[in-house]
Ligand binder design. Structure first.
Ligand SMILES: Nc1ncnc2c1ncn2[C@@H]1O[C@H](COP(=O)(O)OP(=O)(O)OP(=O)(O)O)[C@@H](O)[C@H]1O
Ligand SMILES: [Mg+2]
Length: 282
């Protein structure tokens, strides 16, 4: 005998909530983590620093938005952290390990603990959604098993759970190139979570998406930060969206941090300082 309608709804909502929590919690390799950036300088051309002595600490499970005008160094900062770009000087400590000096195997291991989310998703287009998620486990899979695309039952179970969490279960066997932008970005975030990261870095994750989908993606990133207990750092241009979802905003201008605080403190004066001018402020 099935329960009355109201009770049934309650049961499903409870089961769903527990399910969500399990899916997120199942990545036990990540726990409380911290990122410390100390006196970071990056020069692409000698004597012309793009990042000018940046020092920042991220030690909470929070969504942090980095805003600032085009060319101010937001992507460079994120790329220095995962060493897609070589810092010129300074230290970047992830859970106490200096990412600037690690090489070889240690660098691969460090990269494994950093989940990346990109504006253009960076999925493997011809692979299925499920296979894309499982690429998040490649760093933990032997070369032989990776070549055979052989993943553990636990990885596969976790990937299915993750798809349920982001509402893409029915797309598991569909190729990535058949998805909409919002769906692709949910796959991109799921892949990052599958890594069991200590940190997630997202470079303009909503810039290619419509406003409603952008809100859904920001909600998901916020949920990941809280459920996984890790910092999620998001570069973005949409100041209103940043203020709505981030608990902390970092404003960059000309390679410097000129604001670091709560969204409520980001008034017009601060915005003028970050972006310059004021005619664009309505
Ligand atoms: N690989 C590179 N080689 C040389 N200069 C670079 C390189 N990447 C970035 N730059 C320069 O460094 C500066 C900062 O670029 P960056 O991409 O970090 O800015 P951004 O804040 O992310 O801008 P946007 O908001 O447009 O994405 C720019 O002047 C850019 O031209
Ligand atoms: Mg950028």
């Amino acid at each position: 005998m099935s329960p009355p309608r109201g009770q049934r709804a309650l049961f499903f909502s409870h089961t769903r909530k527990t399910f969500y929590m399990n899916a997120f919690a199942s990545n036990t390799e990540s726990g409380f983590s911290s990122l410390v950036i100390r006196n970071l300088v990056k020069e692409y051309a000698p004597g012309k620093p793009v990042l000018k002595n940046i020092s920042l600490t991220f030690d909470k499970s929070e969504l942090v938005a980095i805003i600032g005008p085009s060319g101010t160094g937001k992507s460079t900062l994120i790329r220095c952290v995962n060493r897609l770009v070589e810092p010129t000087s300074g230290a970047i400590l992830l859970d106490g390990k200096d990412l600037v000096t690690v090489r070889g195997k240690a660098l691969r291991e460090a990269r494994r603990s950093i989940g990346m989310v990109f504006q253009e998703y960076n999925l493997v287009e011809r692979l299925t959604v499920m296979e894309n998620l499982l690429t998040g486990r490649l760093g933990y899979t032997s070369a032989f098993n990776a070549w055979l695309r052989r993943f553990t039952a636990e990885d596969i179970r976790r990937a299915f759970e993750m798809l349920e969490v982001v509402g893409l279960s029915e797309f598991a066997n569909q190729r990535a190139d058949s998805l909409s932008g919002g769906q692709r970005q949910r796959v991109g975030i799921s892949r990052a979570v599958m890594q069991g990261p200590s940190l997630i870095l997202a470079d303009e994750p909503t810039s290619s998406l419509d406003p409603k989908t952008s809100v859904e993606i920001m909600e998901l990133l916020q949920r990941v930060a809280r459920a996984k207990n890790i910092p999620v750092i998001v570069n973005m241009h949409d100041v209103e969206l940043a203020k709505r979802f981030a608990s902390r905003i970092i404003g960059m201008s000309n390679g410097h941090v000129v604001y670091d605080g709560p969204p409520a403190g980001l008034g017009d004066d601060r915005l003028k300082q970050i972006y310059g001018g004021e005619s664009w402020l309505q």
